[in-house]
Design a protein around this ligand. Structure first.
Ligand code: GDP
Ligand code: MG
Length: 755
């Protein structure tokens, strides 16, 4: 029985076509050794005299071995030699789908292109000239609709006819600048009598893993060619040259077969700029080579200004409302004189004020019924102020999360991945790994799980390691509280600038760390990033609200469970000495918590929050440890202990930092280093457990070490440079030495020929 294979991109309609061709004869199994579905069935119809076996290959974007699906499809066509390949192309997405087609053409197998979704194309008043496309590519093209079962028997008839004779491979690269090289390598392959010499030679030029392994002896030809080949765009990366040439060919020769039939407009006239969609026009600006990154940072700055600024629209700095004063009114806490706070800060202040009233009321109530002092302390300081310290941040977390959700749902974040891909691909980092990283702004856990979309294990490991550097919702209170404390105590008017800078610091550290890893311990190939940029659209209100509600539930639940328990524990450990003697608030320095924390305090001296601090300096060490359980614990521990240290009951979130600044003498540089340390060090328990599950075996201990080393290195740099500017040259020398070291290491490895 003749066998036809269906090959095409995911979602091009292969399964739909397969089902209507094979009907009840279809059965599903697995490809040997992998869990990818293998679907086979039989086509029987009077249009063809014999029954045909149909195989639905897995959906793929290329024939390079980046994913198991690609390896399966490629090997099936090369080894099992089907009688014909039906290449399903989503006609509404012609250019992207033809990328695979250009590779299929390079195999010695009869090919028929099925232009699927022609119904959808018609609906959007477009049309593809199948005849012209067929002439360009040299293989039959049939327009079909798998969904409406249009023309599918015609397709089978054409495929059957094609399968009766053999077909010689062709390539769209024959007019390209590497045409000569391809010829040379092909001759070499023919010399060793290998089937599909054209396909193998182009894949070898692409430095395809499988080919390089099987034919290392032929690499010499390519190296020789490369030494004479200098191209500014790609350097000596022939894989990129090949991909680029394919796309160039498609847009030059195939794209014109797509016609738009608008009433009254002749198709030929409706070209170029005039038929760019609104999305395309927006993309010209947002994904611009130079403007893309500055625009992304500007958008982030606007978001942070809305959420964290104490001086909304810089009205205060501009003395806009100088004459208006809120002093003595109930709004004193909500608005600054001469300006207003951003919506995020107003909400925060509102919560903070209400929580203050509630705590005071409870304290008075407890005292009026003569409750023991320790019980008042436990309830008001240990439980309530710790809880409120965390819950107070809910409005800002939700606002920030809302902003990120809007950016994501509108399609903008996909563009960010695209922009970053273009820049960082050279350094071993693809746009695909930016998607989970950006998810990390919400929570590291789903983000780490999302890295499963990365085919390369080393890229995946590197990505998982840096995801926690994308500051998650739980770390946000640390940033806000400390930025607020710095603003109050050191007279810096723009806490939103601190917050944004710390977010950017996290991202920059992540990118630098990945680049270092991808050039040293985690080297590997970067799979091409083929992504369809979804059209921009207005996010759905309902969807956004569901996101926010989930976040709120999660946050509140965490506050009343793990954080509550941690706070009680902190309070107890700070009110008992090692001999379990109860301590008054003023004796907190003799507590178990203080004793243990002081033991580790010297380690943090180079970071600015170690032995140099006086009084309650150990609190920062205790906070770091509590943060390993849940990052929210850092501020709630501040609130609990500040209340104890101040001895005056409830103090607000930023105020608790002020109390600590006063009682320890920590500097602004030390506080910034403290934020950076918490952001970059080992994440919370739950994230570590996820990392353990998602990382390859044996990589967790190195990952923990990586987090510790990175957090110390960056925080020390911040503190030392921030405090003594003259140390900059020393760091420059150290960093330069590291870069040179990595460069030499790479060279050495390259020379040994390992990848
Ligand atoms: P596969 O991933 O290539 O197997 O694609 P599927 O067969 O699962 O199809 C993906 C989607 O495209 C499904 O929602 C199909 O209903 C839809 N689809 C498939 N063929 C057509 C078609 O000819 N016209 C339209 N409008 N939709 C189609
Ligand atoms: Mg399918």
């Amino acid at each position: 029985m003749k066998r036809f294979a269906l090959a095409g991109n995911p979602n091009s309609g292969k399964t739909t076509l397969f089902n209507c061709l094979t009907g009840s004869t279809a059965h599903v199994g697995n490809w040997p050794g992998v869990t990818v579905d293998k679907k086979e069935g039989v086509y029987k119809n009077k249009t063809i005299k014999e029954p045909i076996s149909i195989i639905d290959l897995p959906g793929i974007y290329s024939l390079s071995p980046y994913t198991p699906e690609e390896v399966i499809s490629r090997n099936f066509i090369l080894d099992e030699k089907p009688d014909a390949v039906i290449n399903i192309v989503d006609a509404t997405n012609l250019e992207r789908n033809l990328y695979l087609t250009t590779q299929l053409l390079e195999m010695d197998v009869p090919i028929v292109i099925a232009l699927n979704m022609s119904d959808a194309l018609r609906k959007s008043k477009k049309e593809i000239d199948a005849k012209a496309l067929s002439e360009t590519l040299g293989v039959p093209v049939v327009s079909i609709s798998a969904l409406r079962q249009e023309n599918i028997h015609e397709l089978m008839k054409v495929a059957y006819e094609a399968s009766l004779s053999s077909r010689k491979a062709t390539t769209v690269l024959k007019g390209s600048k590497i045409a000569h090289l391809i010829k040379d390598v092909e001759i070499a392959f023919k010399g060793i009598k290998i089937d599909n010499p054209l396909f193998h030679s182009i894949k070898l030029i692409e430095k395809d893993e499988i080919e390089v392994k099987n034919h290392p002896d032929l690499l010499g030809i390519i190296e020789e060619f490369k030494s004479t080949f200098k191209d500014d765009t790609f350097g000596d990366d022939l894989e990129a040259v090949v991909a680029d040439e394919r796309y160039k060919y498609i847009s030059k020769n195939c794209s014109k077969t797509l016609k738009v039939n608008q009433t009254g407009v002749k198709p030929e006239k409706n070209k170029d700029k005039s038929n760019l969609s609104l999305s395309d026009k927006i993309d010209r600006i947002l994904t611009n080579k130079w403007a893309g990154i500055p625009i992304f940072i500007a958008i982030l700055a606007i978001v942070f200004h809305l959420v964290f600024s104490e001086d909304f629209l810089f009205l205060n700095a501009g003395h806009v409302f100088d004459a208006v004063t809120f002093e003595g009114t109930p709004y004193e806490g909500l608005f600054a004189n001469g300006g207003i706070s951003s919506p995020g800060v107003i909400l925060f202040n509102f919560f903070d004020m209400s929580f203050g009233y509630i705590t005071d009321a409870i304290r008075l109530g407890l005292e009026s019924i003569n409750t023991q002092a320790w019980a008042v302390g436990l309830i008001c300081d240990g439980i309530i102020s710790g809880l409120f310290a965390v819950l107070g941040f809910l409005p800002q977390i939700l606002l920030l999360f809302l902003a990120f959700s809007i950016l994501e749902d509108s399609g903008y974040m996909a563009r960010v991945a695209f922009i970053l891909d273009r820049i960082f691909r050279k350094f071993g980092l693809s746009g695909r790994s930016f998607m989970p990283m950006i998810m990390g702004f919400g929570c590291s856990i789903p983000a780490m799980i999302n890295t499963r979309t990365l085919a390369d294990e080393k890229e995946r490991t590197a990505t998982i390691r840096v995801i926690p550097f994308f500051s998650c919702g739980a770390k946000l209170p640390i940033l806000t509280a400390i930025a607020g404390g710095i603003a109050i105590k050191f007279g810096f008017a723009y806490p939103d600038v601190i917050t944004l800078s710390m977010y950017l610091l996290g991202m920059a550290t992540a990118i630098v760390a990945v680049i270092i890893m991808r050039n040293t311990t985690m080297r590997g190939k970067v799979a091409p990033f083929i992504m369809e940029l979804p059209a921009y659209h207005v996010p759905q209100f309902k969807g956004l609200m569901i996101h926010l509600w989930d976040k709120t539930k999660h946050f509140v639940k965490k506050a009343f469970t793990i954080i509550l328990v941690s706070n009680i524990l902190v309070w107890v450990l700070s009110h008992f000495a090692f001999n379990w003697q109860y301590l008054e608030d003023s004796q907190v320095g003799d507590s178990i918590l203080a004793g243990i924390s002081k033991l580790f305090q010297p380690i943090f001296t180079p970071l600015g929050f170690g032995s140099q601090l006086s009084g309650a300096g150990w609190v920062f060490v205790a906070a770091v440890v509590a943060g390993l359980i849940a990052k929210e614990n850092v501020v709630s521990l501040f609130a609990v202990l500040a209340a104890v240290i101040a001895g005056s009951g409830e103090v607000g979130e930023a105020e608790s930092v002020v109390v600590l600044i006063q009682s320890t003498g920590i500097t602004a540089q030390g506080l910034i280093a403290f934020i950076a340390f918490n952001m970059l060090t080992i994440p919370c328990f739950a994230a570590v457990a996820t990392a353990k599950a998602e990382l390859p075996k044996g990589k967790l201990k190195w990952t923990l070490l990586f987090w510790i080393v990175t957090s110390f290195a960056v925080s020390i740099m911040i503190y030392v440079i921030g405090t003594w500017l003259w140390t900059i040259p020393i760091f420059v020398v150290v960093i330069a030495a590291i870069i040179v070291g990595i460069y030499l290491f790479r060279k050495k490895v390259d020379r040994q020929g390992a990848i």
